[in-house]
Design a protein around this ligand. Sequence first.
Ligand SMILES: Cc1ncc(COP(=O)(O)OP(=O)(O)O)c(N)n1
Ligand SMILES: Cc1nc(C(=O)O)sc1CCOP(=O)(O)O
Length: 541
Amino acid sequence: MPPPRPNLELYLVTDSVNLPPNSTVYSQVEACLSARHPPTIVQIREKHLSTAKFIELARDIYALTSKHGVPLLINDRVDVALAVGCEGVHLGWDDMADVPTARKLLGPEKIIGLSVSDHEQLEKALGVDPTYLGIGPVFSTPTKPDHNPPLGTPGVRSLLSAIPATMQAIAIGGINHGNVQRVLFQSKDISGRRLDGVAVVSAIMASPLPVGACNLLHETINWPPLFVPTDYSIQTEDFPIYRDNIHKHKPLVHHITNNVVKSMSANISLAIGASPIMSENPAEFADLAALPNVGCVLNMGTFTGGREFQDLFLGALREHNVRGNPVIFDPVGAGATSARREFAQMIVGGGYCTVIKGNEGEIKSLAGLETVKMRGVDGAGGEGSEEELAKVVHDLATLENNIVLMTGPKDYISNGAHTFCLTNGSKYQSRVTGVGCALGSVIAAFCAAAPVDESLIGPVISAIGMYNVAAERAEMLLEGSDQPGKWATVFVDCLAAIAMSSENLTELIAAHEVRELTNVGKWGRPAGGEGLKQGEDLAEA
Ligand SMILES: Cc1ncc(COP(=O)(O)OP(=O)(O)O)c(N)n1
Ligand SMILES: Cc1nc(C(=O)O)sc1CCOP(=O)(O)O
């Protein structure tokens, strides 16, 4: 008898606590099953009903689900599932039956799901062979007040990569139509292993429009990805188009940035033709995110920590993610203190950061590597070799399915498929506070002005290239004198001149070194003699 393999794509778990007015668990499930895209599987989760009442409700709902050919599972209670004769159960670790006992009682054809929250549980779970695994919680959720610590998408991915392809797995906890695509996308592991579906409670059960909620979730799950395909290289001849898009669309850059750099970031945004807004009021995030051509800069430089600071960053991240807006995350100081590192990891796990931009210490810290020594939050750099740094950037971008930029004497940029090194720029860039951070504003503007279905690696590289060319020009105009203050002023003028001019950006940037580094993913791999050395695979584009 082959084991059952249910369709877990949109998994509805019921809840009688947070129902909208004038509805019941039964009426919500009935409505969902009439949707154009109903849930593919339903679980009844009741914590406070007597056995008799639970069986009564389950029988009524089973009559509905069987009519629609949707499997019905019972949470925790094998006895109720047996009484009703439905398709199976979902079990946790404190429940009345363990998986082998449930299997014996229910028989080989029934579905048995099991929850996992960490690797220890996963190891045990794999030994008892359930039908599928429910990984959670992804995010913190009020629906299950006693939930385990949130895993974030990196935690889900880590568990998923240890689950054999033959076993189905879904994620649960805080998932809704605004984040479902990101959960599916970011939890995909490096081998392409992905979730078989998502389970939701409140996103459907608490909705006054459960039919719409099901259809929207289905459509969001099955949309072509909001996020760009990563197998994309750059066309240098497009650089001027990316700059011209800024004049065409006048992107808005929503900054939550540090106090030291606010004015520099605003001035630089204006210099290139973008509009800056410095909003730290969560009440306006949804409205800002809904505007056309918006990018967001999240810069944690003035790290105050605490709940309010966390809610500010996560709130903005959520609203911009819902709209598919580019978010540039600058984990300032993540290499300097463990509190900053943990916060930065929480942000990356709690949402989708289109671009992570940092210096060597910050990027290494986010990649979970031993960091270079940083005394403060200013740029530590130049310690690693080209081979090492390119690989760190490549690996983090691959892991996060996004773009990673490491700034320094050389800038490394990767989207996982392609890794580039830019060697232009000025020594003054690390000597004037705010110049490094304000690059995030320029990148956000270039990304927000790009067409929505475009790979963003091209806009990101042209933004950095243009910024560095302006920095070099400003230095040249000082004619060798050491004047960082004057340089900062001249730099903004040079940037405005290049941004607003018709100078050929392709020639300006390509005249400096923009190199694609090939086979970076294979660098330093010792196995089977396959590891390549830098000299063997560094090809100039
Ligand atoms: C699909 C799915 N995954 C996980 C759970 C959580 O189950 P459990 O750990 O038993 O916790 P309770 O639901 O009993 O609070 C689930 N119910 N469904
Ligand atoms: C039932 C349940 N189990 C979880 C787990 O982590 O195992 S989280 C959870 C509640 C999910 O509710 P919502 O979709 O409203 O966030």
